[in-house]
Write a protein that binds this ligand. Sequence first.
Ligand code: GLC
Length: 716
Amino acid sequence: MSTEPPRYRQPALPIKERIADLLARMTLEEKIDQLHQCGVGDTNPNNLAARADEFRPTYGSFILNGAEPDLALRNALQRRCVEESRLGIPAIFGCDVIHGYRAILPIPLAQACAWDPELLRRQCALAARLARAHGVDWTFAPMVDHCVDPRWGRVAETFGESAWASSVHAVAAVRGYQGDTPGGPDSVAACLKHFAGYGASEGGRDYAFTAVPDQQLWEDHLPPFAAGVAAGALTVMSSFNDLNGVPTTAHRRLLTDVLRTRWGFDGLVVSDWNAVLQLLNQGFAADESEAAQRALLAGVDLNMADGLYRAHLPALVRAGAVPPAAIDEAVRRVLRVKFRLGLFERPYVEPSALSGAAPASEHLALCHEAALRSAVLLKNDAATLPLRTVRRVALIGPLAEDGAALLGSWAQQGRADETPTIAAALRERLPAGTELVVASGCTIDGADTAGFSAALAAVASADAVIVCAGEAAAMSGENASRTSLRLPGVQEELLLRVAAAAQGKPLALVLITGRPVELERVEPVYPAILAGWQLGSAAGAALADLLLGRAAPSGRLAITWPRTTGQIPLYHHERPRARRGREGEYQDGATTPHFAFGHGLGYTTFKHGPIRLSAGEVAAAGAVTAEIAVENTGDSEGRETVLWFIHDPAASRTRPLRELRHFESAVIHAGGRRIFRWEIVPARDCSFPDEDGRRILEPGEIIVGVGGQGVSLRVV
Ligand code: GLC
């Protein structure tokens, strides 16, 4: 009798051999149970999951979406999987760790406004470390959907409207979550989601049909996924949407031809929540059995929550409707991720000092750094900000004392009672002798204006006024589509009344939102406007620091800020219209955005020199260096971000007026000067995809631009 452990239990053997050995030992039922992901926990209001009551020790995966991190529950379930099943295959535990874990970071849309991939990597690494300490093996992040319609609540979860910037951020996030060696004590498996085209949801309505032309799919929606796969992401999540008539949950061309055959992805694909069952709603399957068959054969390996694989695959295999080899290949991919994470050797997570602990100061320090960098100063006439010392400050608005709203969507393990409000942070920072008077004026989305009088009285008694307006956390994120970007409730009316009452006093508006909001009527009467997004655990502290000048804002918009909902979609990478000038512009309002992609102010000023090219023309296989000198012409240190764009004025596919292709952010001291450089490699930076994703590089003129200037480069 051999005393040697079975080959799949020998870590020294290649993973491929361990998988082969284990697969050969598994029954069909054991294989199919590995393809089931069971919901445990109940904080995603859109996907309430019974706790694992129908538990089987042979299930492949569980979702830990409980409000309270529960390491003990996780290890208890894992122990049953390892000890009660015949082969002792460990489960993999997933969780939505989207922007932090207990120590909550800015929402991804805000993170992208910092234009700092290394800062994002650090944030994701912190989230991974904290999540791992609570039994999470796998986060369902980064979300890298492309969206140009802020009516869609999940715009808050994106890295903004630039496919190129989202690709850079996808790589940084994968590196942050997975670390250099996936499976380490401080890393979790990443999950590129939602594959693909979900951000094009019709009318901004979640779960809706998405019409995406193939060329645009390759141009805007697929690049961040390709970049994340190349960065080694271990998993991908298919999405809810019906992409051009084929739901992505059953989209073989996407999930197999593109993801696996073209990109070489060998990790696992998990469906989104109940998305296999939803194929019936979408009219893509006549019954549950057909839904399971279509999803499995398209390339979805792990079935999240609805249980259709577990219920129907055995009969489908026996009936010859699903080849056993297809089951084996799906199981192979699930086991491969488990082996790569070391779950067979380390199935349990030992409690550590991080488990169950409140965020430590160094965690909150990173939250604070990220929050400072993610806020965007949209307007600052007459240097209204930073506020000078005054006797009394009125802090008005429903977001002044709301900690929960600062955390934003997908912040399950964040705690409002651990999140200092803007009011609390200001009280802590205002100099002695300065009084803070707080009046909410109204609720976030109520119709009651009874609170206006107290708010206006506070304004009348104050020497400076700060207004905090915006959205509740649940007004963005999943299943949070809006018909209008107007501020909810009666907030806009309050803001206009406050502005009228504050005449002549320093007046600043702080926006706490998961998306751009309409400011067309508000902006003209507010000299200073700070987009505070939803900056997480340190939001209050960071916003107070920015308002009082203890730090300077440096964020730049990663999304276009429309004037009105009627302008949507409105984005920087628009293709040229057939007519120039004012022809084609709206007759009843402005066509330009309220604040452009890349816009953002600081507390100093910068002067850009001319763009210089190391050569006026470049061979297709060559390279040319572009540079621009930037001078800090103000009297305080500041951070400048230079966004480099190209435009191809004549090509075999129409090209966007501006395509972001490089960016760099740096601090420049007062009076200092810095050269920002970009090495342009035409094949990488001047090419574009055709309908099948083939890169095209054509000779001819390319306009290289920064801000309002552009220079001509010829590709020969
Ligand atoms: C959701 C979301 C997805 C999330 C999953 C698990 O419905 O679409 O982003 O990761 O369910 O909670």
